[in-house]
Ligand binder design. Structure first.
Ligand code: GRF
Length: 209
């Protein structure tokens, strides 16, 4: 499977994917990395690993047109949003149904959108974590494939949660990509299947790092 990765910043999730590929337990080819922001660390990380990169800082419609041309040139089977902080248009997303995933720092369907760690605290959640889900036109609402969770501690802050959830993302995202590459998942009649088994809820892991 050839994957492209969209980023907007630091790219630590990108790094987790690169490491998994370099360490040979994730058998995919990273065809390229696209950023919608210039001068971000994620682009440095990709270049360090000799992965092709493209930076398109244009507004959404132009970004999408340029990205599409680039993705076609690279020839990708799967698109991974890893800290990509822009909402894509339904038209763009339609072209990648079932092959575009995103990592989100909350236990979806809780806390879609931004400031997820603070919102988990404000709502008195006992658990928090991250989700990897298929991308659909509605923000953070596609079928959730898997989650990696933790217990919120009495003295947790938004900053400490961000710090504790990040490694959970780094564990989960490359693994989900591997399962997709092995064609373990499919969606039929609005139900997500792992192999031939319908999943009543996402695969859940606890503090896996
Ligand atoms: C992650 O927390 C991800 O869930 C969110 O943005 C952050 C990106 O981190 N969407 P990084 O750029 O991968 O370090």
């Amino acid at each position: 499977m050839r994957i492209a990765i969209f980023i907007s910043g630091n790219g630590s999730n990108l790094q987790a994917i690169i490491d998994a590929v370099q360490n040979k337990w994730l058998d995919v080819e990273i065809a390229g990395v696209i950023s919608n922001k210039a001068d971000v660390q994620g682009i440095d990380r990709a270049q360090q690993a000799k992965i092709p990169t493209a930076v398109f800082v244009e507004k959404r419609a132009t970004f999408e047109a340029m990205a599409l041309t680039q993705l076609n040139e690279w020839g990708v089977d799967c698109l991974v949003l890893a800290g990509f902080m822009r909402v894509l248009s339904p038209e763009f997303i339609d072209g990648f149904t079932g092959i575009m995933i995103n990592v989100h720092p909350s236990l979806l369907p809780k806390h879609k959108g931004l400031h997820t760690h603070q919102r988990a605290l404000d709502e008195g959640d006992t658990h928090h974590g991250c989700s990897v889900h298929f991308v659909t036109a509605e923000l953070d609402s596609g079928k959730v494939i898997a989650q990696n969770m933790l217990s919120i501690l009495p003295d947790d802050t938004a900053a400490s949660l961000a710090e504790r959830v990040h490694p959970l993302e780094h564990w989960l995202l490359p693994r989900v990509i591997g399962w997709l590459a092995d064609q373990r998942f499919h969606i039929a009649d609005d139900t997500l299947y792992l192999d031939q088994f319908p999943l009543a809820k996402p695969l859940q892991f606890f503090e896996m790092t």
